[in-house]
Design a binder for this molecule. Structure first.
Ligand SMILES: NC(=O)c1ccc[n+]([C@@H]2O[C@H](COP(=O)([O-])OP(=O)(O)OC[C@H]3O[C@@H](n4cnc5c(N)ncnc54)[C@H](O)[C@@H]3O)[C@@H](O)[C@H]2O)c1
Length: 341
């Protein structure tokens, strides 16, 4: 297998804690040759920390000086579109952080350019690699669930408005809880249905707590500059009558914190994903089946591996550019529905 030459763009938390250590574990497939971030001192420090030879503070110099095969985009959401387009123009495969873009038009253009260039563009929805999701897909493939016709998906924080970074800045993030958290469980719900486009989308967004201020469990946010939704709800219906109920929150008056789950209801069986339980009928009785021996998975390692498999033309379950465009279109339709009340 050829050794891909890779660069990391954006030198913040996800690059330092997730992508760089993961790519280092896959050094038989990929070699990180450069880090590019806004601040050269920080880029150099990050490169030195991880033993990466080169550091840049702008992408023009990065592409001029490095012959790259792969680019991993770890910048704030508003940069995913321009930096992905630039990487594709340089014929690089792109592994981009979620959400794909700020709007549907940009995500569509990213998918179109990837197809035109014959490059892989994939998004880092790593929950696909959890042992629970993999088990769900096996139950589905084995016919244990029948047709999935309704899904409840949520990703809720009680007071998890981040007190750092750009999370409450609309121009940089494009939205709040839906863009940041809801997209993860929406991606899984869409996977369960074969990634269709909904025929109808009904959405609502809220900012009561974000704008009022209060006790934070993830640092203290400034309500005076809170520009995004602290919670979003949506109901999606599909032409085959399937439906998804989605909710996401940075802040919600609920007991649970950091509560993320999907319930998937099929004609033969249903699944509660976290913790995994299969609800079905066995030997003429109603049964709840647990799987106590599921093994912990390094989901970032598996998802990056899935991206590299896609680059090598192998079967892969990584989120594709086309799926990212569908998902971003749904997110936009939820925001439009909310705005239209
Ligand atoms: N998949 C996940 O579960 C997950 C988890 C956390 C974050 N993320 C995503 O990762 C992305 C980054 O999040 P983060 O938490 O690392 O943020 P961060 O603020 O810690 O890092 C962003 C980095 O981008 C750099 N940057 C800003 N402008 C730049 C530019 N023009 N060129 C190059 N670098 C630039 C910043 O200096 C900073 O180092 C976001 O899109 C976020 O949604 C995904």
């Amino acid at each position: 297998m050829s050794l891909y030459k890779a660069a990391i763009i954006g030198g913040g938390n996800i690059a330092d804690k997730n992508h760089i250590p993961t790519l280092k574990q896959l050094s038989d497939q990929v070699d990180i040759v450069a880090v590019c971030s806004r601040d050269i001192t920080k880029a150099r420090a990050l490169a030195d920390k991880h033993g990466i030879p080169q550091a840049f503070d702008n992408t023009a110099n990065l592409y001029a000086q490095c012959a790259l095969d792969v680019v991993v985009i770890c910048t704030p959401n508003n940069l995913h579109f321009p930096q992905t387009m630039e990487a594709l123009e340089h014929n690089c495969h792109v592994f981009c952080e979620k959400p794909p873009a700020l709007n549907a038009q940009n995500a569509r253009a990213m998918a179109d350019l990837a197809a035109q260039k014959g490059c892989v563009l994939a998004y880092n929805f790593q929950l696909r690699q959890t042992a629970e999701w993999q088990l769900f897909t096996r139950c589905q493939a084995d016919g244990l669930l029948g047709d999935i016709y309704h899904i409840k998906a949520h990703f809720l924080r009680r007071r998890g408005i981040p007190g750092w970074g750009y999370f409450t800045n609309k121009a940089m993030q494009g939205g709040g809880a839906l863009m940041d958290l809801g997209v993860h469980v929406l991606d899984l719900a869409l996977c369960a249905l074969g990634y269709p486009t909904p025929s109808q989308v009904l959405g609502n967004t809220y900012d009561f707590i974000g704008k009022a201020g209060g006790k934070g469990l993830m640092g203290n946010w400034n309500p005076a500059v809170f520009e995004v939704e602290d919670a979003a709800t949506a109901y999606l219906t599909f032409s085959n009558k399937a439906s998804i109920m989605l909710s996401a929150s940075f802040a919600l008056n609920t007991q649970a914190d950091k509560d993320r789950n999907l319930e998937l209801f099929g004609s033969k069986g249903g699944v509660n994903l976290f913790p995994f339980m299969l609800h079905t009928e066995l030997a003429g009785e109603l049964a709840d089946v647990q799987f106590p021996y599921l093994e912990e998975v390094d989901i970032q390692l598996k998802n990056t591996g899935a991206f590299l498999d896609a680059c090598a033309g192998k079967p892969s379950n990584v989120c594709t550019a086309e799926q990212g465009a569908i998902l971003q279109d749904i997110v936009e339709r939820i925001y439009e529905s909310a705005q239209a009340k």
